[in-house]
Design a protein around this ligand. Sequence first.
Ligand code: TMP
Length: 419
Amino acid sequence: MECRFCNHPLEHTLIDLGHAPPSNAFLLPEKLSEPENTYPLSAKICDNCMLVQVQEQKDHKEIFDQNYVYFSSMSQDWLAHARDYVQMAKKRFDLNLESRVVEIASNDGYLLQYFKEQGIPSLGIEPASGTAQIARNKGIETLEEFFNTNLANKLKSEGRSADLLIGNNVLAHVPNINDFVRGMKLILKDRGAITMEFPHLMHLINDSQFDTIYHEHFSYFSFNTVKKILEHHGLELFDVDELKTHGGSLRIYAKHRRDKSKEISPKVSELLERENKAGIGELEYYNGFDLRAEKIKRNVLKYLISERENGRNVIAYGAAAKGNTLLNYCGIKNDLIPFAIDTTPFKQGKYLPGSHIPVYSEKKLKDSKIDTLLILPWNHKEEIIRKLKYLGEKGTKFVVPVPDIIEYSSPDFNPRKVY
Ligand code: TMP
């Protein structure tokens, strides 16, 4: 196996999570009696460019097909984040009715809807037909395509280059990263700006977020590595924001190297240095990550078993892809968690891949007595606890599994570390 960026042989394993089904391969009831495909899920580190990566096992075209079940608009906090970004970008990049915003992986139009509200012309590129259709229903022009150099050439030849090119939580999902970034450079106007958000590798490692590794994510980036990748393609970073989203993300700002119209923020060298000081460029930094994941596995099992033995039922909230990594790595089935709740209509009535735990809508919360609610998408814990506080007030405990087992319960809902 070779590095997808620099082609260097991959000899170091960050973590081997065993075999896992594709993270969003939810099962219809009639499929439960059939064999299920699983693929090795092992993250490697390239000792040349330090890109952390998982090999593509299933053609990514099969993952982002019409059955793709991830809808960005399911989180109110994420929508607020998108709205704030649009306000910031409009001002900072002086966008107006003549500008063009292009978003790669525009999902259900969660972000472009706010540019539309401002009258700023935008184009979404989204390969999954279900999500693309929802965006179109909102009046957002959406090309149902994978973004790559071919598509970039086509858009450029049609005069559809971007003043602002956005890619949120997409770089990790791209198997051919060089072709993708080459395409981004191609459709960026001479004085245009790129912004991209992605989970920051430093948080993934420091906070033992092993569950964010799944078959939909092919790469995990530090700021240093993303710089190398962009520079290789003639792009230059000019700013960075550290965000709380998805357990700690970066929003990077890039431009053409030859574009001298933008100042380089001191935040760029500050973060590069901070990462280097932490050791992100050394293999030793990554040692022990797998042992920390094993410890979390034992703690999660210990907690679930103890709840069960004390006669308390535990229900999962949020049928997130990361939840599937956690459940499958821990070997949890529906004897420990009888069902999961998710607000995504396309996940309801189906079963989680691997664990075969059934997924219901929030309505089920009303007719069940729930002692403990295990929040699988811990990145949304504030929003979820806020929304379900009424259950907490009736005695339900909320718990998150990563990086520690932390409970939140009435009356103060302050965090309490269990293990
Ligand atoms: P994510 O961690 O990849 O964003 O996935 C979050 C999952 O949790 C997704 O399936 C939507 C679901 N969810 C709810 O069901 N209710 C909620 O209030 C939130 C915030 C998320």
